[in-house]
Design a protein around this ligand. Structure first.
Ligand code: SF4
Length: 377
């Protein structure tokens, strides 16, 4: 573990907003915009050290040489001018945010322009901007998730803490979660990355779900560890030097050229998350933030429903062609310009069945869902 001084490098990038064709089915974000490159929390398992995300030749620099996008708020305002209203993945409350306040200014732009936001955070420093997040949620919706992979109840808690020793402890993140929930903002946990041999046991999933529910959280999203290029070398060096008993396990799970765990454990982990969440009355999916009064709100709810069904089918290990059927249907509804409720009212079931990639079966399923979820006139 290093105690290097941190260097800040202010610079003026040409763009700040990453745009995707449509919202993803996990965080529901279509855009991302980040104020900094590098992270003072320096979690040793962090995928952001990979070459495709990090401009550093030496992965050790990631936690100690932070690039500050000083013109990010202005760039964001310009980029959002004609962009469709969809959620933005933004915010970063590593310690330097107290000095530069770029996350806050970016959130102010989102609020001013009426965009929903999703913030994923490891630092309770986010509470400084609770007033703003609340205002965004009231106008256009906000969702917050804390990155938490274990709790003080775990036997491996101390070892996980050593791997994220520059970040505030999990108990402080849970305490912050409670305040965000009390402000009426949907909040939960991203249990990412689940570290093999440290966080992947059922007792840990149970404890994370219990702590989340006990602090006002409403969801736990879970996903495994990925390791690639220089980050893989970096993390294997950490294991070799400080956790040698784990090295063999990780070398087996992440052989050369393998990015995800070679034992295909993703589905098992997702099932553990689902079961643990169910025990405490919370969900293993995040609610989709949709701007109140949005014209295509029903389209987005239908997509959310299709994506939930797709997730269930993945957990049930259903055939690929069935998964693709739901995935393509979700994309088709997401891409529709017209309002799906209006189409159904004017054209009836045939109108839904004529949507590309839906066909008679899914058209009928969506019609039944719309009927069941329509408010009485
Ligand atoms: S807080 Fe997140 S971005 Fe920062 S080092 Fe840890 S995992 Fe990476």
């Amino acid at each position: 573990m290093t105690t290097r001084r941190t260097t800040f490098i202010p610079y003026r990038p040409r763009t700040v907003l990453n745009k995707h064709k449509r919202a993803d089915h996990w965080f529901w974000t279509r855009y991302s915009a980040y104020p900094y490159i590098g992270c003072q929390h320096g979690c040793e398992f962090c995928y952001c050290r990979e070459q495709k995300y990090s401009p550093y030749d030496d992965p050790h620099d990631f936690a100690h040489v932070i690039k500050v996008k000083e013109n990010a708020p202005e760039l964001l305002r310009r980029a959002l001018k004609n962009a469709p209203l969809d959620p933005i993945f933004t915010g970063d409350y590593q310690p330097l945010e107290r000095k530069f306040e770029i996350s806050r200014r970016m959130l102010e732009v989102c609020h001013e322009m009426g965009f929903p936001v999703f913030v994923l955070e490891r630092n309770p420093g986010i509470l400084r901007d609770l007033d703003l997040l609340k205002a965004i949620h009231e106008r256009s919706r906000a969702v917050v998730a804390f990155s938490i992979i274990t709790t003080p109840d775990s036997q491996e808690y101390d070892r996980v803490c050593q791997m994220e020793h520059l970040a505030p402890p999990a108990a402080k993140r849970f305490a912050a979660m409670e305040k965000i929930a009390a402000a009426g903002i949907p909040v939960g946990v991203c249990m990412m990355p689940i570290l093999p041999g440290l966080c992947d046991d059922e007792a840990n999933f149970d404890a994370v779900a219990r702590w989340t529910a006990g602090h006002g959280g409403s969801f736990v999203l879970a996903s495994g560890l990925t390791l690639s290029d220089q980050q893989k070398e970096f993390f294997f060096t950490v294991l070799r030097e400080r956790f040698p008993d784990l090295l063999g396990l990780y070398q087996r799970l992440y052989p050369p050229h393998s990015y995800g765990p070679a034992d295909g454990s993703g589905r098992t982990l997702a099932l553990r998350a689902r079961e643990a969440c169910a025990r405490y009355g919370i969900r293993d999916r995040m609610p989709r933030p949709i701007v109140p009064g949005e014209k295509r709100a029903l389209n987005k709810r239908v997509v959310e429903r299709l994506a939930e069904k797709l997730h269930e089918m993945e957990l049930n290990n259903e055939a690929d062609h069935l998964l693709w059927k739901y995935r393509k249907a979700a994309w088709a509804v997401e891409d529709m310009e017209e309002e799906i409720g209006l189409l159904y009212r004017t054209m009836g079931l045939k109108g839904l069945q004529a949507i590309p990639d839906l066909g008679p079966g899914l058209g009928t399923e969506i019609a039944a869902w719309i009927d069941a979820n329509s408010k009485p006139a």
